[in-house]
Design a binder for this molecule. Structure first.
Ligand SMILES: Cc1cc2nc3c(=O)[nH]c(=O)nc-3n(C[C@H](O)[C@H](O)[C@H](O)COP(=O)(O)OP(=O)(O)OC[C@H]3O[C@@H](n4cnc5c(N)ncnc54)[C@H](O)[C@@H]3O)c2cc1C
Length: 324
C-alpha cells in the first residue's frame, strides 16, 4: 500500500523544524516528524497515520552525536542506534556499557543503521530498549518547541503506550544519561528475533567494600503502558548480599508493585485504535499476567548479571580482593 499524499520539508536547523511544525499546528494541519522512518514509514504505507506534512530531521547534523560529559553521556535525538552499538568511545564503554549492548539488541542491522535513539523514545513503545534504560538511569530528555527548550525526566516524558509529553510543534533534541552505571544490565525476551521484545528487565547494582549492595536501580517492561521503575524493590536490595534469594524477593516485589498491567497489546496512544506496529512483538502469545511473570524471571537474571559485573569491577579495582 502507498501512503496518502503529504507535503515534505527538510529543514536545515532544529529551529526551522519547530517553525514548520508550529505553523502546521496553527493551520490545523497534522504534521509529523520523520527521523529514521523505521516505525513511521510502515505506518504511513498502511495509512494508519495520514499527516498533511512530514518534517524530516534526518539531515540535521547538530541533532546527531554522542558526547560523554562529566559523569554521563548526551545523545543527540537523530543519532542512529548503530552509532551507540559500534561507538568506540572508551569513556562511554567504561561508564555505561549497557548503552552499546542495548543498541545491539534492537531489530536487525538495517533498522539499527537508520532508526534513531530519539525516534525510539518519541515512538514510546513500552518494551523499547531506550525507553527502559531512560527509566532505569534517570535520563533527562530535552524538548525544543515554539516556547523554547524544556527538560523532562523519563517518567514525565513517557505518558503511556505510544504516548509522550511532546506538544504540538515540539521535537525531542537530545537525551542525557546523567550517571555512570558500569554494572547496568538489560535482559529481554522476544518470541521473534529482530522485533521488539515481549518483556524486558534492567538492573544496575553497586557493591560496597564488604560485598553488600549499596545502591540498586531496577526497571521492568512488559504488559505495562510504560517501563516501570521499582523503587520499593530497590530499597529491599540496599544493604543485602547479592544472592539469588535477595534477587528473587526483589523481582517479586518489583512486579507486584508494577501491577498486573493492562490487556496484552494495550491502547495505541498517538496512532489511533487500529494501530498495529509491524516492528512490535508478534503479539497474542502471552496474557498480561504471563508477561509480568516473564518480566520477573528476566529481572532475576538482570540482577544476577549486574552483580557479576559489579563484582568483576570491584576485583579489577582491588586486585587483592582476588586473594581474599
Ligand atoms: C523490523 C523492525 C524491528 C524493530 N525492532 C526494534 C526493537 O527491537 N527495539 C526497538 O526499540 N525498536 C525496534 N524497532 C523500531 C526502531 O528502533 C525505530 O528506529 C524506532 O522505533 C523509531 O526510530 P526512527 O528514527 O526510525 O523514528 P521514525 O520512524 O522516523 O519516527 C517514529 C515516531 O517518532 C516521532 N519522532 C521521531 N523522532 C522524533 C523527534 N526527534 N522528536 C519528536 N518526534 C520524533 C515520529 O514523528 C514518529 O511518530 C524496530 C523496527 C523495525 C522495522
Amino acid at each position: 500500500m502507498r501512503p496518502a499524499p503529504f507535503s515534505y520539508v527538510r529543514p536545515r536547523t532544529a529551529g526551522e523544524a519547530v517553525d514548520h511544525l508550529a505553523a502546521a499546528a496553527r493551520d490545523g494541519r497534522e504534521a509529523r516528524v520523520l527521523a529514521g522512518g523505521q516505525s513511521l514509514v510502515p505506518l504511513l504505507n498502511r495509512r494508519l497515520v495520514r499527516p498533511d506534512l512530514l518534517v524530516d530531521l534526518g539531515r540535521l547534523p547538530r541533532l546527531a552525536g554522542v558526547l560523554a560529559d562529566g559523569t554521563g553521556v548526551r545523545i543527540g535525538a537523530t543519532t542512529p542506534h548503530a552509532v551507540l552499538e559500534h561507538g568506540a568511545d572508551p569513556v562511554l564503554r567504561h561508564r555505561l556499557p549497557v548503552l552499546a549492548e542495548a543498541a545491539a539488541l534492537i531489530g536487525q542491522p538495517p533498522v539499527r543503521a537508520r532508526g534513531t535513539v530519539g525516534g525510539s523514545l518519541a515512538h514510546a513503545d513500552p518494551c523499547a530498549e531506550w525507553c527502559l534504560l531512560a527509566v532505569l538511569l534517570d535520563a533527562e530528555l530535552t524538548l525544543l518547541g515554539p516556547d523554547g527548550t524544556r527538560t523532562l525526566d523519563a517518567p514525565a516524558f513517557l505518558r503511556g503506550r505510544h504516548r509522550t509529553a511532546l506538544r504540538a510543534g515540539e521535537i525531542l533534541t537530545a537525551v542525557r544519561f546523567p550517571h555512570a552505571e558500569p554494572a547496568a544490565v538489560l535482559v529481554e525476551y522476544g518470541v521473534q528475533t529482530g522485533r521488539l521484545p515481549e518483556a524486558a528487565a534492567s538492573a544496575a547494582l553497586t557493591l560496597g567494600a564488604d560485598g553488600r549492595i549499596t545502591a540498586a536501580r531496577i526497571a521492568v517492561a512488559g504488559p505495562w503502558e510504560v517501563p516501570v521503575r521499582a523503587h520499593a524493590a530497590e530499597a529491599l536490595l540496599t544493604g543485602a548480599r547479592p544472592e539469588p534469594d535477595a534477587f528473587a524477593a526483589a523481582a517479586r516485589a518489583a512486579v507486584a508493585a508494577a501491577g498486573a498491567g493492562g490487556p496484552s497489546g494495550g491502547s495505541s496512544g498517538a496512532y489511533g485504535d487500529s494501530f498495529d506496529d509491524s516492528s512490535g512483538p508478534s503479539g497474542g502469545h502471552f496474557e498480561s499476567g504471563e508477561l509480568a511473570s516473564l518480566a520477573e524471571v528476566l529481572l532475576r537474571r538482570a540482577l544476577a548479571g549486574s552483580a557479576g559485573r559489579a563484582r568483576a569491577a570491584a576485583v579489577a579495582h582491588r586486585p587483592e580482593a582476588v586473594a581474599a
